[in-house]
Design a protein around this ligand. Sequence first.
Ligand code: UD1
Ligand code: CA
Length: 451
Amino acid sequence: MTRRPLLIVVLAAGEGTRMRSALPKVLHKIGGRSMLGHVLAVAQELAAESVAVVVGPDMDAVRDETLQQIPSAHVCLQSQRRGTADALLAAHGALSRHSGDVLVLYGDTPLLTVPTLEQVLAALDDGAGVAVLGFEAGDPTGYGRLLCDGQWLKAIREEKDASPEERRLTLCSSGVMAFRLDDLEGVLGRIENNNAKGEFYLTDIIEVAGRDGARAATVVCAEDEVMGVNSREQLAAAEAVFQRRKRREAMQGGATLIAPETVWLSWDTKIGRDVVVEPNVFLGPGVVIEDGAEIKANTYAESAHIGSGARVGPFARLRPGADIGASARVGNFVELKNVRLGEGAKANHLAYLGDADVGARSNIGAGTIFCNYDGFLKYRTEIGEKVFIGSNSSLVAPVKIGEGAYIGSGSVITKNVSADALALGRSEQVERPGWAAKFRTMMARRKAEKK
Ligand code: UD1
Ligand code: CA
């Protein structure tokens, strides 16, 4: 297929109220990324010449999200919700400058895939002026029905305007449409709003363009791919589909997920080969797991890098900036934030490590705290290689521990420690021989006298 210049218009201005949210609908997240972000990512992969997003009034956050992902995108304002045809016309600026194909996507349909959209665009090469992405709906309620006549699509009938026979049809419109029309804006301008909702329906373009002799083709895809999100329940349903996809991808890439349905991944999670992920693991955005690492049960990680052969968890928490070296160990109830843990280093039990560099093969004992914050500013802890931090120590940053040093258990370390030294920051132990025996005798006598 030789691609003509492509303009992708994402309609994101209509809100509806069923989300019951202060956040614009298209900014709700699936796999840690906004629905709009997913749609824009597909647009980027299709290598569109230009991308336009139609937003409603007071949708600055949608504008910002768009421009952050695609700085060259046109953000167009639809001042009033008058329907999807009117929304597309709001992209007038982008449309008038464009000559080539136009693909319309809905901002609330985040699970579309590139190969499917390639098929929709390919249908234009086969002589169609309009191509519509359809699907067989398990429950067609609320969707526009595709009225076909042989190979070609004759019309799309919205649920509210459909006759009882038309409502029985299950082949529905996903909302995705591609156009190769000489005068798309002219055709859109002829769409009327004489329907049950009083809106200018983009779906009416099939009939209007048909009168000019343009033919409309249908491409059919799986229902999963074109799920529209109009409510929180549908958001959760779309999330479930997304998670199944990501888990399948991870397993096909050579990772073992012992109980895949309990592992939560994000849109950008990267998992290497021979990684084993135990049950109940949550990976927020920005997690990379290298080959052969093991993520044990009940681990929570975000913006973290886990080196090859490392073992993390059970019950570990990796916060942004956690960088776990190859073959390192992070055990239960250990929290790391903005820490580089060197190769083969260990923090196996109950610790908080924040804003630090831990050298290779160092051992951080149980109950260690890096005191990185004084209520105003954050400070770093720097630990050399092969250092041993005894259990229950507090390292008050900024502080440096030289290579090979030992910190005695229970120390509060406030000054730098030189390489290979032993540092103790705790009170001396005192011993009184025989004290306990004398104490018991005395107390027993006192108790007897009271009776
Ligand atoms: C639409 C289709 C329907 C299809 C269904 C698939 C129309 C008339 N109907 O119905 O055939 O089966 O999607 O999910 O197109 N929008 C605007 N401005 C508006 C109205 C809508 O930008 O004035 C945007 C919305 O933000 C949304 C998209 O267009 O992203 C679709 O609008 P929505 O109201 O959700 O249409 P549906 O009733 O779901
Ligand atoms: Ca919708």
